[in-house]
Design a protein around this ligand. Sequence first.
Ligand SMILES: Nc1ncnc2c1ncn2[C@@H]1O[C@H](COP(=O)(O)OP(=O)(O)OP(=O)(O)O)[C@@H](O)[C@H]1O
Length: 448
Amino acid sequence: MTCPIESFLQLDYHLYTNPIPETFAPSHFISDNLREELQKRSESSHTIPSMPYHVPEELQGYHSLVPLEPITPERRKFVSWFSTVYRATSINDGAAYVLRRIENFRLTNHAAFGMIESWSRIRHPNIVRVREAFTTRAFNDSSLVVCYDYHPDSQSLMELYFRSMSPSILHGQLSAPLGRIPEATLWTYIIQIANAIRAAHEAGLAVRMIDPAKILLTGKNRLRINACGIVDVLLYDTRQDAGLAQQDDLVMFGRLVIALCCGSITALNALPKALEVMSRVYSAEIKTLALYLISKPAPHKTIAQIMELIGTNRLAREMDEMQIANDRLETELMSELENGRLVRLLCKFGFINERPEFAREPRWSETGDRYIIKLFRDYVFHQVDENGNPVVNLSHVLTCLNKLDCGSDERVMLVSRDEQSCLVVSYKEVKACIESAFRSVSAVSVQK
Ligand SMILES: Nc1ncnc2c1ncn2[C@@H]1O[C@H](COP(=O)(O)OP(=O)(O)OP(=O)(O)O)[C@@H](O)[C@H]1O
């Protein structure tokens, strides 16, 4: 989770959708699940821990720094240094980013930042984008800071699959894995990680850290390798040949696959037992792939070959799933597109109806175009039943607004509240009235 500090305020997401009128057709709006997911992301981007924390007010063009993890005594080291991750807002574009600070790190060779530049040129859907790096004394030490894209409400594979487990499982006593990852999901993960490694290797880089704590799940089954480039800077002086480091990537990848299959990060310490668990639970192909990944380096052992081992069938299936997910999102987007259009129409209504400046001039709203708009507003929103009770029918409202927006020739009978006047007009005519009334309001308005 991006905000693991427990005392954060929790929102009840369903308050946004309840109560749902009986006539409410859910297909008019994005699904509750997607709304909840997006709402959580938005909330994560704004939450701050309630416990006190000390951060510089401004840091090389970033402000509003917020730690994304509690600073506890049992912190793990990042290579040989302690690190802290902050969310921060950029002064340049107002967007949120992640700043990973390596504490007490003294940069001896400025050329090391060349590696960050190389990483920043990689734009890949399975790699958290690297933005820039700098050193700073703003934390009262010499710190290295690397800036990454921020993925709100993401969770690392470590948090998702390993941290909630009992210490015996974390420390290698393998039993049937708790919360076993379905094989289809595992293949999705394998393909995405392999794809990220492929992008890095093709650019002549090595990922150097394929660790469950540094792989983020940023959406449903969507992985991104995080914290790229830092190890290149930290170990710049003792850097390894890129080819050897790339071979190491494949071994780390194999270890990760075994850990995910067995539900233990130390599964490799008892390899025969781990392989037995894998054979029991997963297909032979996963075991073959994992064994090949952890095998000794060889000239032909490359990420391209791993892709071949994964097989075109699986890659094609993954592509199908991605396109289906894309279609689903486009459909959801379409319904919100309609809503955006309708909100603009409603705003126009709001600007025109019951303007207090014209209150002393009833002719403004009681004659011509404006009168039609007033009656139409009543027709859309203020319907009553035979007993005079309000009718709240969202479908009626949406249908009318859609017909209005497209200027349909369909006619509608508008009746005044005192039932003394009655007009038959087309939606097209009402639309023209709204346009003209809106134009006359905006002509005398002070544009902001
Ligand atoms: N780019 C990012 N976008 C959103 N959240 C992130 C990003 N990078 C890290 N985080 C979140 O910040 C927190 C700390 O990240 P970090 O990589 O230090 O993980 P960690 O679990 O503390 O690992 P370690 O034990 O190795 O320190 C995690 O909750 C992680 O999900």
